[in-house]
Design a protein. Structure first.
Length: 161
């Protein structure tokens, strides 16, 4: 019965499959917004890069007018440090905006980098998924074999001199 817990290894490939689906969704959502969204010039109202030990990221707060209804929209977008460096000295950023889309805003200067990063994340998740599936198959076989036979029988012999 103790070998049944080994089946939990399938949680890891399941999580990587979720990540693959999520990254594919980001990739196609960003491309859709870039193709179908409206071009707008957004004003940068705040910008910051945080460097904490081994983690570096940043954010940008942009403000723009919705071309359909004229209302002012302000959004805070998080960025990797590489993306933030591309727009660090920019006061006006060209964006593509599609209201109601899964990813409403695409910053045009970092669009190609965002696509490449998403594809790279997808590829890494795919490789991990394949490797973990292969490993999980072996672990499952091991668990099945030992669950049927009861596992390795240990026999203790006492040897007196």
């Amino acid at each position: 019965m103790k070998y049944r817990f080994l089946y939990l290894i399938w949680i890891l490939p399941s999580y990587l499959l979720f990540l693959m689906v999520q990254q594919a969704s980001v990739y196609y959502g960003v491309i859709d917004t870039y193709k179908n969204g409206e071009s707008i010039a957004a004003t940068v109202t705040d910008f910051d890069i945080k460097q904490i030990a081994a983690q570096s990221n940043g954010y940008v707060v942009i403000e723009f007018r919705d071309p359909k209804n004229g209302e002012t929209i302000e959004r805070k977008l998080s960025l990797s440090v590489q993306m933030a460096q591309k727009i660090i000295d920019t006061q006006i950023i060209p964006i593509r905006y599609e209201e109601g889309a899964e990813y409403e805003i695409v910053l045009i200067p970092v669009f190609e980098m965002q696509k490449t990063t998403t594809l790279l994340n997808f590829a890494v998740a795919t490789l991990g998924f394949i490797a973990l599936c292969v490993g999980a198959i072996y672990v499952t076989r091991f668990a099945n074999k030992n669950a049927r036979t009861g596992g390795e029988q240990i026999q203790i012999e006492r040897v007196d001199l």
